[in-house]
Design a protein around this ligand. Structure first.
Ligand code: APR
Length: 320
């Protein structure tokens, strides 16, 4: 059987890391696409030359033409610009919206059957716009945010509790921005919810609140340290987890920016919610119960995302 084809639209920091991870995990053959000439070809060649030592079987190709993504099974989109210190994700909206238009049209024409994972920020608005421009079914277009935000939360919690990250589960819902909603009640150490761990004296509410805030600021903390770009190792790893769930029909329950129409009382919009990812893409939205406090935070986040979508419509009238 032919190996799956994975097209990476954007061959920058995240795109290159995605290509390396996809090859090492043997998820399929990889096409790196970028408008910059030479970058995708150079990265593809460099990664291919890591194959003999790593021992993977995957073909890697760099491309500047959308024809090369033809019939991809998975497209992961990082095309656009990352933020610089002092910028919020929302500051990227105008420039990255134009990029989503060309990427969406490229996918529509050349890879209409792909499962599309968007990483470009501001995430919830960009995945919505990418879906509009591509015209693909909503269940096949999804945004990567919750897996990364939850991974950041899990990492900080594992440091606080001095336990393995593998035993920490966490849920972060809502938009991928300052209003994201880390859900303490649904986050656990081997099944013990965080509020119980506070009661057991493993940590204090103040420390937990500080961890939640650090999670919300997780991307900005890295932008501040790097100074020339934003995080790329963990974002790439998170998207690969989602791609693998699709390609292997794993039915993983992962928080993703998915199209929600009905669940959570929402009326057709993209925002971070728990989803099941399998061979049909987003196979189910898991409509968990929120407390009134959680619901208020979620509503605020939903409003922030709606504001960005309205801003997109104001910029590009074809979206209105
Ligand atoms: N089509 C294809 N590629 C494009 C286009 C376009 N229209 N415009 C820009 N690119 C490419 C750039 O040439 C660059 O190689 O997108 C790549 C982006 O790479 P980086 O600048 O290294 O950014 P990266 O860190 O990978 O982040 C990409 O993901 O997390 C988000 O906020 C981040 O929006 C940013 C995106």
């Amino acid at each position: 059987m032919a190996r799956p084809k994975i097209a990476l639209i954007g061959a920058g920091q995240i795109g290159g890391t995605l290509a390396h991870l996809a090859a090492i995990k043997e998820l399929g053959d990889v096409v790196l696409f970028d408008i910059a000439e030479g970058t995708p070809q150079g990265k593809a060649l460099d990664i291919a030359q890591s194959g003999p030592s790593e021992g993977f079987d995957a073909a890697l190709k760099g491309a500047n033409s959308y024809a090369d993504i033809a019939d991809a099974d998975v497209c992961i989109v990082t095309a656009g610009v990352p933020r610089k210190p002092g910028m919020s994700r929302d500051d990227l909206l105008g420039i990255n919206l134009k990029v989503m238009k060309s990427v969406g049209e490229g996918i529509r024409e050349h890879a209409p059957n792909a499962f599309v994972i968007c990483i470009t920020n501001p995430l919830d608005a960009m995945v919505w716009a990418l879906r509009e421009f591509s015209g693909l079914p909503h269940n096949k277009v999804v945004g990567m945010a919750g897996v990364l935000d939850s991974a950041r939360f899990r990492h900080f919690l594992s440091l606080e509790f001095n336990v393995s990250m593998r035993d920490v589960t966490a849920f972060v819902l809502g938009g991928h921005g300052d209003t994201m909603v880390p859900l303490a009640r649904y986050s656990t150490v081997a099944g013990i919810p965080l509020p119980d761990l506070v009661q057991m004296g493993w940590t204090t509410q103040e420390k937990l609140d500080a961890i939640i805030q650090r999670t919300r600021d997780g991307g900005a903390e890295i932008v501040g340290l790097l100074k020339t770009g934003s995080a790329f190792y963990a974002p790439a790893t998170s998207a690969i987890e989602m791609a693998e769930a699709y390609l292997k029909d794993q039915k993983r329950l992962l928080p993703c920016a998915a199209y929600v129409d009905g669940a959570f009382g929402l009326n057709g919009m993209y925002v971070g919610v728990p989803t099941i990812i399998g061979k049909d893409g987003i196979e189910r939205i898991v409509d968990i119960k929120l407390s009134s406090d959680e619901q208020a935070m979620f509503d605020k986040s939903v409003d922030a995302v709606k504001g960005l979508v309205e801003a997109c419509k104001g910029i590009d009238s074809s979206l209105a």
